[in-house]
Design a protein around this ligand. Sequence first.
Ligand code: NCD
Ligand code: ZN
Length: 348
Amino acid sequence: MLAAMSQSLALRRPDDWHLHLRDGAMLAAVLPFTARQFARAIIMPNLVPPVTTVAAAAAYRRRILAALPRGAEFTPLMTCYLTDATDPEELARGHREGVFTAAKLYPAHATTNSAHGVTDLARIEPVLERMARIGMPLLVHGEVTEPGVDVFDREAVFIERVLAPLHRRLPELKIVLEHATTEEAVAFVSACGPTVAATITAHHLVINRNAIFAGGLRPHLYCLPIAKRETHRLALRRAAASGDPHFFLGTDSAPHPVTAKESACGCAGIFTAPAALEIYAQVFEEEGALDRLEAFASLNGPRFYGLPPNEARIALRRRSWRVPERVAAGEAWIVPFLAGEEVLWAIA
Ligand code: NCD
Ligand code: ZN
């Protein structure tokens, strides 16, 4: 059995289709982890203040490029944070000029720095229609925010009440359901045509909701959408490992200072960048699907976005190593996902 197990793996360089890089010292600290494995990443716009204009996105892109380690080959793909006031003209101009790859929909108050998000899709109908016409993808944080909806049901309810009607209304609009966490999401997205896709994080393939409470409260496993029951984790693993082009890699790596996580009101976000591709490889090995890792990590995403897959290759070896306990970011520390634990694959 062991002899039959593959010990190395080469694939086209992958991309991360959902990433939080932050800004300033945090950006400088976390960017090298991403740039060493991914060729491109979709950069989330939930800064303070959010990235809502072409000028702000172009300036943020320059700061990211300036923070890259020397010799790194990495392209940030910028997104526009949609608000009730987004101007379709500004958005379309940003897309035309190659600044905005996509636009991000945060339902107001759904997650970290989403207070300026959209309060009602009806208010941005002209924006959505314009995006459908110009082929600009809409990236969705798929959770309803009504306080009456149980936190574990927010994604499934969003799909039923918001996403399915939106797709029926504008079937040609490209939509990515970001960080899918439920079997409902998997079922919905797989049943749609090629205009709907979903990203899947590494952590949602590894933990279920029990992990958040294992022996005590584990703030570093708290993210939004929150991890669900085991049945959902298994559905996500099947979807990712299937090779189905509807599903591709998006880490949602979301660093926060340890003081903001280990707090009476800890914020949502899991920092997976230090071992992301390696964790995905481990999951695909467990699923007996290492031969489909390239589709999920390097092919399905570019195909959906209408971009060429990367020509460069990356090699992984089956060699265990330990994820760092913590990472310095200026004065702050960040605790990565699986801190101090062993990961079985390493980038060669
Ligand atoms: C993200 C963050 O920290 O910006 N947090 C998270 O839990 N995933 C925001 C998001 O993607 O929801
Ligand atoms: Zn995110």
